[in-house]
Design a protein around this ligand. Structure first.
Ligand SMILES: [Zn+2]
Length: 581
């Protein structure tokens, strides 16, 4: 059956050339034939290991392992979701998109995950106001947020007990595996059980407003005060910013994002009518999050909890934000208060006033380190720390501006300051090079797997044959199996789309980027590999049988034991035959 969405993806991909698209971001050099090379935009390097293949329309970096098709590339570069990347490319290529029909396995899977998270969010929300939510309501009331705010952010409650969500989802026809994949339930001895218990639940939404995960605040003295959903195909921690969906209009309007740490800091701001706020929620700020902010606003105001260690650590996020091209200001609230406490104590206007008076990050940092700035050694040290931030800016004009500021703030001679910066930068580059040589290579692609996949790609029909040969075996899933399946199911190529896992995508692009020829050896290699898959499947099956035999023995169930032992004999024979093959 025709699938408009998949056709659209194919149409968009046919209308653009990955080489043209990549050339807008990186400096591509021809590297023979349909191949181009550049310094990788995803990791720091000095010699190009980032490859773009025009014939296969994929990219792959042999340094950091990133790879995929043109849509993955745009997603990674811009830090955006698939849908946005598709929109962007379609617009450029003049392709009109038809929304929206599901069909591709991946899309179905994502839809099912969204269904599970949305169901959980609604259920938790209802429970908070229901009879079992009394204790949670007391806690939420203590937070003194307006009912509109609680509703806007969909705050809810996961009650005590092990099967509250699991049972409710079953009645709704939501598969247990989906709850598990969405990070809402875990599989234990006695079956599936709820991951979040006796917690106030805060839904985390993606840019389009769909619930992708939860933050759960413990109501008892659980050592984990906050518990977050595990990552899933719809939730990548390094990408999501809490509150972005709710804040995006205000971000565009004000062109400034106020960056806070916690869920309640953010909700408090909204509660008080300050809506250009996003939160990192306990994780260190990532490049991807910084790039996401940049899509909505040009400026960021970072609000720190005011201890000295926090301020030092915060310099890291300032570096990341500056490197993403954002203009950064920073502020600390008095008396060690976080935004939640401060606004409750002094009100929104006091917060707004402080925000409007916040300093640029250079004077801010100098001010915060006043105790050290009494001596020339101290001032040089502070300058050195700021150099680390300035070095990350790719715009020499901005670098220069900041260096001037560092000199004037610290009372250093401008020329000397520039010299010191140059020296420090040379040093840093030297040590970065050393690191590069000593660091283990981060690529995790197995070369045997890449060879195997490469052969299947070279030979039409082979992937289907392999997949068919493996169909009777319960081969454990792995990146290579995922790629084989995708190759078999989408023989004409739009494969990178069908791959769910990052590891599988990297394996695919590595195989596509490798330029090896196999000639006569190809068939033997594939046969060997298929035999190994079968063998692994049978060995896994035998292990299960052994377990079952042991428990039959324990229960003195002779009939069952005999049956299982007979099955094992057959299995052993199959394994033996494969070994000989
Ligand atoms: Zn790379």
């Amino acid at each position: 059956m025709a699938n408009p969405q998949r056709d659209n993806v194919a149409e968009v991909k046919a209308a653009v050339d990955i080489v043209d698209v990549a050339a807008r971001y990186v400096d591509l050099k021809p590297a023979g034939g349909a191949r181009f090379k550049a310094l990788c935009p995803f990791h720091r390097e000095k010699t190009p290991s980032f490859h773009v293949m025009r014939d296969r329309q994929i990219f792959h970096c042999f340094g950091c392992g990133k790879g995929g098709d043109v849509l993955t590339f745009v997603q990674e570069m811009e830090g955006i979701e698939f849908r946005e990347a598709l929109d962007q490319l379609a617009e450029r290529a003049g392709v009109k998109l038809e929304y929206r029909s599901s069909g591709a396995a991946q899309q179905d899977n994502r839809q099912a995950l969204f269904k599970a998270t949305t169901f959980a969010a609604t259920l938790y929300y209802r429970t908070l106001s229901g009879s079992s939510g009394a204790a949670a309501r007391t806690y939420v009331d203590g937070r003194a947020l307006r009912p509109e705010t609680i509703k806007k952010f969909g705050m809810g409650y996961a009650p005590e007990g092990w099967q509250f969500l699991v049972d409710a989802a079953r009645k709704e026809g939501i598969a247990e595996t989906m709850l598990e994949a969405a990070g809402l339930a875990k599989r234990g001895q006695g079956g599936m059980y709820d991951r979040f218990r006796n917690r106030v639940m805060i839904p985390i939404r993606d840019v389009s407003g769909k619930v992708v995960a939860f933050g759960g605040r413990a109501l008892d003295d659980d050592p984990a005060k906050y518990l977050n959903s595990a990552e899933s195909p719809i939730y990548k921690k390094s990408r999501v910013l809490y509150g972005l969906y709710e804040a995006r209009e205000a971000l565009r309007e004000t062109q400034e994002a106020i960056l806070v740490e916690g869920y309640f800091d953010l909700m408090r701001c909204f509660d008080a009518g300050i809506e250009n706020v996003v939160a990192t929620c306990g994780t260190a700020l990532t490049d991807e999050q910084a790039k996401t902010i940049r899509r909505y606003a040009a400026n960021v105001l970072v609000v720190y909890d005011g201890d000295a260690a926090g301020i030092r650590a915060a310099l890291r996020s300032v570096s990341i934000l500056c490197a993403a091209g954002l203009t950064v200001r920073a502020m600390v609230l008095p008396d060690g208060l976080d935004p939640d406490d401060f606004i409750r104590r002094d009100g929104a206007d006091a917060f707004r006033r402080r925000a409007s008076e916040a300093l640029g990050f250079v004077p801010f940092y100098v001010r915060m380190n006043e105790d050290r700035s009494g001596t020339i050694e101290g001032r040089t040290a502070i300058a050195g720390e700021l150099f680390d931030v300035i070095r990350g800016l790719d715009d020499p004009l901005r670098q220069d501006e900041y260096l001037k500021l560092v000199a004037s703030e610290l009372g250093l001679d401008e020329y000397r300051c520039r010299e010191a910066f140059r020296r420090a930068t040379d040093e840093a580059q030297k040590s970065a090079t050393m690191e590069r040589f000593s660091a283990p290579t981060p690529v995790s692609v197995n070369t045997h797997d890449a060879d195997f996949v490469g052969i299947l790609m070279e030979n039409a029909g082979w992937a289907e044959a392999v997949w068919k040969a493996l169909s009777e075996y319960s081969v454990p899933t792995s990146p290579v199996i995922e790629v084989v399946r995708a190759l078999a199911e989408t023989p004409q190529g739009d494969l990178a789309r069908g791959l769910e896992g990052e590891a599988a995508r990297q394996l695919y692009s590595a195989a596509a980027a490798a330029s090896r020829t196999w000639g006569d050896r190809a068939e033997a290699l594939v046969r060997e590999r298929v035999a190994r898959f079968k063998r692994e499947a049978l060995l896994a099956e035998r292990e299960q049988l052994d377990n079952a035999i042991r428990s039959a023995k324990r229960e003195s169930n002779d009939a069952r034991e005999t049956e299982l032992v007979l099955r094992k004999i057959v299995l052993n024979k199959q394994i033996e035959q494969l070994g000989a093959a």
